[in-house]
Write a protein that binds this ligand. Sequence first.
Ligand code: SF4
Length: 307
Amino acid sequence: MTNIILASPRGYCAWVDRAIGMLDDILQAHWAPIYVNHEIVHNKFIVSYFERKWVIFSDDLDAIPSGNIMVFSAHGVAPSFVKAAKDKWLRTLDASCPLVIKVHNEAKKFIKEWYKIIYIWKKTHQEAIWVADNDLDNIFIVWNKQEADELVFQPWQKLALLNQTTLSVDDTKDLISYVQSLYPDIQLPWFSDICYATTNRQEAVKEAVKEADALIIVGSKNSSNSTKLCLIWERADIPSLLIDTPEEIPDDFLHGIKNLAISSGASVPDSLVQNVITFLEAKWAKFLKEIITKEEKMIFPYKLDLS
Ligand code: SF4
């Protein structure tokens, strides 16, 4: 018999809940189709839920007739894309997370003050594309120490360091320290760019794996904060899975496992975690306890304003 230990906080952060609510609200108030520039949040289940309600996820503005409604996803949107959408006479609603907007505004402020920015994350992620779109000549995206080593700046150049919101707290701390060792005068944001939800979910999983000999993270493979939870299992060196649905769990996964920790990324509805628990309970696992490392009280107000 395997014991199940649930890590908490897990699942939806306050903004994912908001962004999904915004899209639901706009579907109630307007005729479909509603367009979204990117997956509203990185979760397969949520995307297919909205596709069934005739939401079209597409950034191909040429294929969208003028006058339609476009919602910008929680990951933010490049300024040039917003302008192109306006030029097409699309009515828009911004569901960008305010904590992503914070990083975006920091980038704008530093550029105005003649800084060059080292931004930690992958060039292909929606959030990095959006930040870099502010000023490609002054934002340098790095993913590891080697990429940081390849940068060359004039000795008098003012530098600032920003990062994506859903990174691994530990890995980012290491990379920030490394960049600081290269550029001791580099400016950092006044509080961490890694969001509260990412930080809290990583802390909770770290606590849960102290008592576990296996880990399951429920989340999609393109979800940054879900994949960063997986880095914790690499450090703990225990059998682990990142899954969207329980059917992805191999038949023999529970063999020899006494305590199994379960958590989920910030874009995952808790019903998916409950599905996994129900599935495992049918295979001789039983719920033991929930480890709660923090109560989350964050609330994001919003108005359903189309512009
Ligand atoms: S995970 Fe963090 S950055 Fe992403 S939507 Fe939630 S609060 Fe915002």
